[in-house]
Design a protein around this ligand. Structure first.
Ligand code: AHR
Length: 502
């Protein structure tokens, strides 16, 4: 059996917003401390930023970087993280039962983004759990006002004459979740988000605002929450957020490999909910989606550990340091395909997180930094997935899965760059057999397979570790052809594939 699709530039999904390749830095575990920031490390610059990590962040190709949480933000006082470091307070971080030293804060985050490069855009989350409108406005003025007021003057006195120019703001984090400090009902949160948005637009009409959607599609309030929040905020916000994490459960690998089925359904549900509210309001405005937390995360394991051995307020503990397998990387690739297939409405997405904490980049304190298996699909998609997504209608052999029923073995998308070249991203979800692929090209004057690489391994459990950091990397796949307008390839079992055509 062969999997097939047709590529035709007349049939497209939409343009890829570069912010689809965003990431996330939370004050959690070692994401910040000994992750991106480690004064005294041999590779640290004069401000303590690890240049070995900066190099990997650039290679990963991340654009927008969300900060400072996550659950952390709902107990955070942004003022603690500005001004002279020696005067910054130590505080309890209730979200992760850790001690926050505040050695890293807003100015260090902006300096980090500037070191990453011009493609790195801030996305600042506000604390709407234990704080509210006034603190949000103060942070906005401190960060963005050029000067001449107490708050902007404070930023200048702290050493940053130039305003930070933060455009993109998250109105809280996961406010639907009972675990969130300051958790609210949809009605309570909707009002607070609306009031915050209205006030922030009094300072700057053009801020871009993300309202909290559901923390996952399985939340009991899912969809009703979005509808209620948007009823209050529709005219005031630009995006609604989605969060989703996937893990293999009970050895059911076929369902895990089909996780993108859930992600795509989630996106389509949220689009429908947004448009339903828009229709009710008779509004010409369209709310887009910010998938600002997504990844593979072995959450069940973490929750069990947290329950059995609650932390005793350590500083930067090893937390959520999942070590990803080839299988995890193939799933992550498939999740990227899901995002691209909905690029018309998903404009922002953040891989949670960037370093050490469920992350594509790992570090050892005082030691090296390396790429996890999941680094590769993200880096390749960010590099080659820029342009316009073609509408790929898949005709594929299927198999049965416990969670999602009948699922196509092939998951794929294709992106056409401005220079006319096309990149196909494809996953073979089958664990046992190679999957032959045939793609007919219509109206695309392409003649050459520039490269076909795959991430796959005889051992689907293979991982990169401190001792063997380059065990898994993508390899070239020979034999892929493009003749008379038809692409022929064979996708290895359980593989992520990037096929570049010119
Ligand atoms: O990314 C880890 C956590 O997952 C975040 O802090 C929270 O927003 C989500 O539940």
């Amino acid at each position: 059996p062969v999997a097939r699709f047709t590529l035709d530039p007349a049939f497209t999904v939409g343009d890829v917003d570069p912010r689809l390749f965003g990431s996330f830095v939370e004050h959690l575990g070692r994401c910040v401390y000994t992750g991106i920031h480690e004064p005294g490390h041999p590779a640290a610059d004069e401000t303590g930023l690890r240049t070995d990590v900066l190099d990997l962040v650039r290679e990963l190709g991340v654009t927008v970087i969300r900060y400072p949480g996550g659950n952390f933000v709902s107990g955070y006082r942004w003022e603690d993280g500005v001004g002279p470091v020696e005067r910054r307070p130590r505080r309890l971080d209730l979200a992760w039962r850790s001690t926050e030293t505040n050695r890293f804060g807003l100015a260090e985050y902006i300096a980090f983004l500037r070191r990453v490069g011009p493609q790195a855009e801030p996305m600042m989350a506000l604390n709407l759990g234990t704080r509210g409108v006034a603190e949000a406005l103060e942070l906005q003025e401190y960060a963005n006002h050029p000067g001449g007021t107490e708050l902007s003057g404070r930023r200048i006195a702290h050493g940053d004459k130039e305003p930070y120019g933060i455009r993109l703001w998250c109105l809280g984090n996961e406010m639907d979740g009972p675990w969130q400090t300051g958790h609210k009902t949809a009605a309570e949160y909707g009002r607070l988000a609306a009031e915050t948005a209205r006030a922030m637009r009094q300072i700057d009409r053009d801020v871009q605002l993300v309202a909290c959607g559901s923390s996952s599609r399985s939340m009991p309030t899912f969809a009703a929450w979005e509808a209620a929040v948007l009823a209050e905020t529709y005219d005031l916000v630009d995006y609604v957020s989605l969060h989703a994490y996937y893990e293999e459960q009970d050895g059911d690998r076929d369902s895990f490999l089909a996780s993108a089925v859930d992600m795509e359904a989630f996106i389509e549900d949220v689009v429908a909910t947004c448009d339903h509210v828009g229709a009710r309001l008779k509004s010409p405005k369209r709310i887009d989606l910010s998938f600002d937390e997504w990844n593979v995360w072995y959450l069940t394991r973490y929750l069990r550990q947290a329950e059995e051995e609650p932390l005793d307020w350590p500083e930067a503990p090893r937390l959520l340091e999942d070590v990803y397998s080839v299988t995890d990387a193939v799933v992550l690739g498939s999740l990227l395909i899901a995002l691209l297939r909905h690029a018309d409405r998903v404009r922002i997405a953040c891989l949670a997180q960037l370093v050490n904490v469920i992350a594509p980049i790992m570090t050892e304190p005082g030691g090296p930094a390396w790429r996890q298996t999941t680094f590769f699909p993200f880096a390749q998609a960010s590099r080659h997935g820029r342009g316009r997504v073609l509408d790929v209608r898949i005709d594929s052999p299927t198999h049965e899965t416990r969670k999602y029923g009948t699922v196509p073995l092939l998951h794929a998308t294709a992106v056409r760059a401005d220079d006319g070249s096309v990149t196909v991203f494809a996953v073979n979800r089958g664990q046992d057999a190679p999957l032959p692929l045939e793609a007919a090209l219509q109206g695309l004057p392409l003649t050459e397979v520039v490269a076909h690489t795959a991430l796959a391994d005889a051992d689907p459990e293979a991982r990169n570790t401190l001792d063997d950091p380059e065990r898994v990397t993508p390899h070239d796949v020979p034999g892929t052809t493009l003749r008379d307008g038809v692409l022929h390839a064979v996708l290895e079992p359980l593989s992520w594939n990037v096929i570049r055509l010119a």
